[in-house]
Write a protein that binds this ligand. Structure first.
Ligand code: SF4
Length: 497
């Protein structure tokens, strides 16, 4: 449980395995434990805060605690609920890094450490029930022996508001629990059934919408209905973060922030602008969690207007985007709405236009690429590499991720590192070169304006240098071709990251 030095980009460091710098130093750099106030964390992951709010509204006595402080609270607990993002390191980013470094990621290590605590084992002997939930809960089905060995009684997958209380009550009353409960579409709550958080979320994240209308076949989000949270509710949650947690910035979370309030793939200009004007008035700064390239490319003027509003208080902001591939053929096959309102064959141009607009307007994306999707051919990988060349001058991080079978493709095979071809390797190296081209610039931007940033920056730069050095020792140059590009002017200091 960390706030990653108040930067979500830094949080990606948890996906790596232990490496060439000491674990404690790595932990301090990438995921320092969150501050405690009266033995409870000053902020907690948003999904956990939602479950906390739901259970409180049903009359349970709930305490949200951090793993490092668990032992102080277990004696009184009847049920231990654990929120997991990526408990076995099987998520796309972790499994890719685990293959490259050939080790188990930190996320997996610390999940095991949490469950191995003597206090947990003792409480378990005394009848404690353990329930696991959160975005990474699906991984428990792939590790059933671990689930049994560590005494996990029940795993909850999906949106839990409508049934989590029933399961916790059954656990307290000693009734039988389902081993794995996957919520159905019918159990997706209506907005009025979703409680507001009552305690601060990490880095001020607030949900502005759930679900996605684009229907990519590898994605589980798209199986849920699309719902947009009314502005008053968003503002009340920002108030909780500000007043209770002293968090003055906000992360607006949705699968596509550009589509706030829209019923289709075209942005609703009025609602988007109103949301941003209101949030900017209230907060010192903001970040988006995700947005689509297609929505940005479809409405360049609206995007620029939104950017102007945001930049009244900061010079740049960050977001995660899905580039996925440079191949229109793959787009048409497994994510044919990704480019909408454009056609699948327009996808490379949509990416270039969207990322160009982001670059010009101060939005810094971390874009993901999928490696090894079912039916991927050599020609698709080559198209992705060509697209990467075109993106070199656009300030961004580009992260290659091995295909993980989720959503409608959950019966497909995983992409294993051993299936990597020379072309895949070349693609990965191209991504790392792109990232190294921008990395130092991004670090300057992310750490500017605060004394903590000034302390941290040299350590991150040293870490980046060591990675580059180790790569060169293995015969890989992460800076090849740099001289061929002229980097555009630097952006100024952010108010909030
Ligand atoms: S656009 Fe993103 S969130 Fe939406 S279905 Fe595709 S991958 Fe999932």
């Amino acid at each position: 449980m960390s706030n990653y030095h108040r930067s979500e980009f830094v949080g990606f460091g948890t996906c790596a395995p232990p490496n060439f710098i000491p674990d404690e130093l790595y932990k301090w750099l990438f995921f320092p434990p969150i501050k405690q106030v009266d033995d409870v964390p000053a902020a907690a992951p948003y999904g956990l805060r939602k479950v906390e709010a739901q259970l409180l509204s049903e009359g349970f006595s709930v305490r949200t605690v951090s793993p490092n402080h668990l032992k102080n609270h277990l004696a009184e607990a009847k049920v231990l609920g654990i929120h997991v993002m990526d408990p076995f390191g099987l998520g796309p980013a972790s499994s890719t890094l685990a293959f490259i470094l050939n080790k188990e990621p930190f996320l997996a290590k610390y999940f095991r450490v949490l469950l191995s605590q003597p206090a947990v084992k003792k409480a378990k002997k005394n009848g404690l029930k353990i329930i696991v939930g959160g975005p990474g809960a699906w991984q428990c089905q792939i590790r059933p022996k671990f689930v049994d060995r560590y005494g996990i009684d029940c795993v909850i997958e999906g949106e839990a508001e409508k049934f989590v209380g029933k399961i916790f009550r059954a656990a307290i009353e000693g009734q039988p629990l389902p081993k794995h409960y996957e919520s159905s579409i019918e159990e997706s709550p209506k907005l009025e059934e979703v409680p507001e958080i009552v305690n601060p979320s990490v880095n001020g994240l607030v949900e502005i919408g759930r679900g996605c209308c684009r229907g990519c076949e590898f994605c589980s989000v798209t199986l849920r209905p699309l719902r947009w949270v009314p502005m008053e509710k968003i503002l009340r949650e920002i108030d909780v973060n500000m007043k209770v947690g002293g968090i003055e910035g906000a992360i607006l979370h949705a699968e596509d922030v550009m589509l706030y309030g829209s019923k289709n793939t075209l942005p609703n200009g009025e609602k988007l602008i109103k949301l941003h004007e209101t949030v900017v008035k209230k907060c010192k700064g903001m970040v988006w969690s995700h947005c689509s390239l297609a929505a940005v490319a479809a409405e360049p003027k609206l995007f620029s207007k939104t950017a102007e509003i945001i930049k009244q208080k900061q010079s740049w902001w960050g977001v995660e985007i899905g580039i996925e591939t440079g191949s229109p053929r793959l787009i048409g096959k497994i994510m044919h709405v990704k480019a909408h309102p454009f056609k699948p064959e327009d996808w490379p141009e949509v990416v270039r236009t969207g990322m160009g607009l982001m670059h010009d307007n101060g939005l810094v994306p971390a874009g993901t690429l999928i490696v090894g999707t079912p039916e991927e051919k050599e020609e698709d990988v080559i198209k992705t590499m060509d697209l990467l060349d075109d993106l070199r001058g656009m300030r961004s991080l580009i992260v290659p991720l091995f295909f993980v079978p989720l959503g409608r493709l959950q019966r497909e095979d995983w992409f294993k590192g051993t299936q990597m071809t020379d072309l895949h390797r070349e693609l990965l190296i191209k991504c790392f070169r792109h990232d190294y081209y921008w990395l130092y610039d991004l670090m300057d931007m992310a750490f500017a304006g605060s004394w903590q940033g000034k302390v941290l920056e040299p350590f991150f730069k040293l870490f980046a240098y060591i990675v580059k050095f180790k790569a060169r020792q293995s015969g890989i140059s992460l800076t090849a071709g740099e001289q061929a590009y002229i980097r555009p002017q630097k952006l100024g200091v952010p108010a909030c990251s």
